[in-house]
Design a protein around this ligand. Structure first.
Ligand code: G3H
Ligand code: 13P
Ligand code: ZN
Length: 316
């Protein structure tokens, strides 16, 4: 069942974080829905601009509609990840998305507010909610690369002002994470001090944490043992998900970790079976492994076993 992102946030706020997972193909969708059922967790399925271009946005929408039929007990929202203004309007007008993210975080404050406000006006008219971003994460996001030195944490006073002026429904904050597999150089930790200050200024307001993959080192070791060359990778400490959720982080974005599962499964499979060229056997292994990964993350986010209570609160 597709619900609004706002409904998911209302149930989760302050108690747990909803996992937001990106999909690009049918295998990822199957693994995600299977894992969500196994862990009895609500979730957000995210489509990035790159994913919409990879096959075709209509293909992804059809996969999601089919998955909703195959897994009727799943409760989830559909979200545009890192949209620009034009893509947000396309998604808002499509009638398929529960929420969109307008990412104008690379623009100066006033311009970010103006762009976000235009998107919220158009989205709210159709009952769709808007995630905006303030502050700058490091790492790579499709066509934008932010060097670590240029990344900057969200200013709590600016966050309060930004939410008032832009009328956004949730805010992605930079609290020390970055996109991709190379997040930290030294000791890894979220900036809970900044998060605490943002929560104090925006009580009850859903915050979003991007760049939340944990980059499991055993996964990286297996990839490298099977011919990969991933060096110096480091992710978010999974034990920091739930403390962040208690401080208002209601949506936690995880994509890179899923790509690592895919890479590990396929590298190991073709290393061990060099004569194989049917992609379905590794595809099947990936679906099962990704389902296990999703279920494990939902436990850490606190969203596992929330489905029954959510269903009751939605009156379904
Ligand atoms: O934050 C970016 C997400 O990991 C999506 O990545 O833009 O390559 O699809 P993508
Ligand atoms: P990761 O690269 O840490 O998985 O972050 C994903 C993300 O923020 C998607 O918007
Ligand atoms: Zn992101």
């Amino acid at each position: 069942m597709i619900v609004t992102t706002a409904q998911l946030f209302k149930h989760a706020y302050g108690k747990y974080a909803v996992g937001a997972y990106n999909i690009n193909n049918a295998e990822q969708a199957m693994g995600l829905f299977k894992g969500a059922i196994a862990s009895q967790a609500p979730f957000i399925i995210q489509i990035s601009k790159g994913a919409r271009k990879y096959t075709d946005k209509k293909m992804l929408e059809a996969i999601i509609r089919a998955a909703a039929e195959i897994f009727p007990d799943c409760i989830f929202a559909v979200h545009l990840d890192h949209g620009d203004e034009e893509t947000c309007y396309d998604c808002i007008d499509s009638g398929f998305y529960s929420s969109v993210m307008i990412d104008a975080s690379h623009d100066p404050f006033e311009k970010n507010v103006a762009i976000t406000k235009r998107v919220t006006d158009r989205a709210h008219a159709k009952g769709i909610s808007v995630e905006a971003e303030l502050g700058m994460l490091g790492g790579v996001e499709e066509d934008i690369k932010v060097e670590a030195g240029n990344a900057c944490l969200t200013d709590p006073a600016e966050a309060e002002k930004f939410v008032k002026l832009s009328a956004c429904d949730s805010l992605a904050c930079a609290i020390g994470t970055s996109h991709g597999a190379f997040k930290f150089k030294g000791k890894q930790s979220l900036h809970f001090d900044v998060l605490q200050k943002i929560k104090a200024r925006l009580p009850g307001f859903p915050l979003v944490m991007h760049g939340s993959s944990s980059v499991p080192q055993d996964e990286v070791a297996r990839i490298n043992a099977a011919g990969g060359k991933i060096a110096g990778s480091m992710g978010v400490d999974v034990n920091e998900y739930l403390p962040a959720a208690k401080l208002g982080v209601t949506k936690i974005n995880i994509d890179t970790d899923g790509r690592l599962v895919w890479t590990r499964v396929h590298r190991e499979f073709f290393r061990d079976k060099p004569g194989e060229f049917d992609f379905r056997p590794p595809g099947k292994i990936f679906i099962e492994e990704y389902a296990k990964f999703i279920a494990s993350r939902n436990v850490l986010l606190g969203s596992a076993n929330q489905l029954a209570d959510l269903r009751t609160s939605l009156g379904k």
